[in-house]
Write a protein that binds this ligand. Structure first.
Ligand SMILES: NC(=O)c1ccc[n+]([C@@H]2O[C@H](COP(=O)([O-])OP(=O)(O)OC[C@H]3O[C@@H](n4cnc5c(N)ncnc54)[C@H](O)[C@@H]3O)[C@@H](O)[C@H]2O)c1
Ligand SMILES: O=C(O)C(=O)C[C@@H](O)[C@H](O)[C@H](O)COP(=O)(O)O
Ligand SMILES: [Zn+2]
Length: 362
């Protein structure tokens, strides 16, 4: 078992990474918890609900189950309300603990519900996608989407534990593995050039879910994210680097409609666009841009952006949370392994957007 520690003003907690961790979930429940609400969706529940519920019931506490519809298109108010309905119908009090069993969609919604139910109750992240294990379960960003913008309503709210069972990845579709790898290589690009080079060398092992390679990728990603969020929990500076590729990526997600491209796919493509922008504004070399594009392609994510049209691109990017006083800000790389967040000249941005060429389906 590997443990990575996260320390923020909003909460300190361990990330436990282990095979068959699902069977030890009871260890993350505090003794004074009055009840446990396990929240998942039908897809994940079909594989893992029984084991997770049994491990939680072994604490001797009452376990209730709340099922949400599956998919990014359901990361909204209506679905969030289903969590509150379940908590109230089952009379869960302030000392109840929520457990998020699923990918980033479940984790983000359960986290937001935990932040607001009775003004805040404890919650545990049990991430079951690669993307959630390397990124969304760590750091306390919780949110739902708005039709006009991604993750627009939410809170910073830390879990009390993150429980990663690497075995659950065996049931994940290949497309979801590719999407998760986009966030893995992001860490190399923004903060650890050696890790980026390691990803280049191990891309086939990662896609094949080679146990040793995947375990290392999860551990290193968690270490790097834990370092960043422990320095800057609420994104007043450094944390913005974790948003590399997301100004473009989130515009793709909301522009095409949530769920058409997976979050990781949109981020993968967005990182290629952000690398192209970095070449125009921060001197990133043509060779480095080519390395970014080649690795995004090698993990199985799209590298060619959809043709939303310049006006739509700008409209969707304008609501990005890094925007200040109406000025768009991007995470940019002077070299692979270093990132900074800044405004850019509009002609450079237009040059990058002009390359978006994939026709958008009606
Ligand atoms: N809070 C953060 O810091 C943060 C970071 C990155 C992404 N996110 C958010 O996370 C979301 C994307 O998360 P995601 O990629 O995990 O998508 P997801 O939660 O939609 O999961 C992907 C699909 O895989 C299924 N699934 C999950 N685990 C499975 C398993 N083990 N076996 C089989 N199927 C399984 C899900 O039911 C779903 O259909 C986006 O909404 C994104 O904005 C948040
Ligand atoms: O943890 C962070 O900080 C991130 O930016 C991680 C991103 O991968 C993630 O997609 C996050 O939800 C985006 O945050 P947002 O503030 O742009 O909504
Ligand atoms: Zn992301």
């Amino acid at each position: 078992m590997t443990t990575v520690q996260v320390n923020t003003p909003g909460g300190a907690y361990p990330i436990q990474i282990e095979a068959k961790r699902l069977d030890k979930l009871g260890q993350s429940i505090p003794d004074d918890a009055t009840a446990i609400a396990l929240v998942s969706n039908g897809t994940v529940a079909a594989h893992y609900r029984e084991r997770a519920a049994a491990a939680l019931a072994a604490t001797g506490k009452r376990v209730v189950y709340i099922e949400l519809p599956d998919g990014e298109a359901h990361k909204d108010w209506q679905t969030l309300n289903l969590i509150f309905d379940g908590l109230l119908q089952n009379r869960l009090d302030r000392k109840a603990v929520l457990v998020a069993l699923g990918g980033g969609v479940i984790g983000d919604m359960v986290g937001f519900a935990a932040a607001s139910y009775m003004r805040g109750i404890r919650f545990v992240q049990v991430p079951t996608t690669l993307l959630a294990q390397v990124d969304s379960s760590v750091g306390g960003k919780t949110a739902i989407n708005h039709p006009l913008g991604k993750n627009m309503v939410g809170a910073f709210y830390q879990p009390i534990a993150v429980e990663i069972d690497i075995d659950v990845l065996s049931t994940l579709p290949a497309r979801e593995i590719s999407a998760g790898l986009a966030e893995v290589i992001k860490y190399g690009l923004i903060i650890d050039a050696d890790f980026f080079a390691w990803c280049e060398q191990n891309v086939q092992a990662l896609r094949a879910l080679d146990r040793q390679a995947v375990t290392y990728a999860i551990q290193r990603s968690c270490e790097l994210k834990a370092y960043v969020v422990s320095q800057d929990e609420r994104e007043s500076g450094l944390r913005a680097i974790l948003n590399f590729g997301h100004t473009f990526g989130h515009a793709i997600e909301s522009g095409l409609g949530y769920g058409v491209w997976l979050h990781g796919e949109a981020v993968g493509c967005g990182m290629v666009q952000a690398a192209e922008l970095s070449a125009l504004t921060h001197g990133l070399s043509a060779e480095s841009v080519a390395r970014v594009r080649a690795l995004v392609q090698a993990i199985g994510c799209p590298v060619q952006a959809p043709d939303l049209g310049e006006a739509q691109w700008l409209d969707h990017m304008q609501v990005d949370k890094k925007t200040e006083g109406g000025q768009l800000r991007f995470v940019l790389l002077p070299v692979i392994g270093k990132a900074q967040c800044e405004g850019v000249p509009s002609d450079a941005l237009r040059q990058v957007l002009a390359k978006a060429a994939v026709p958008v389906q009606a």
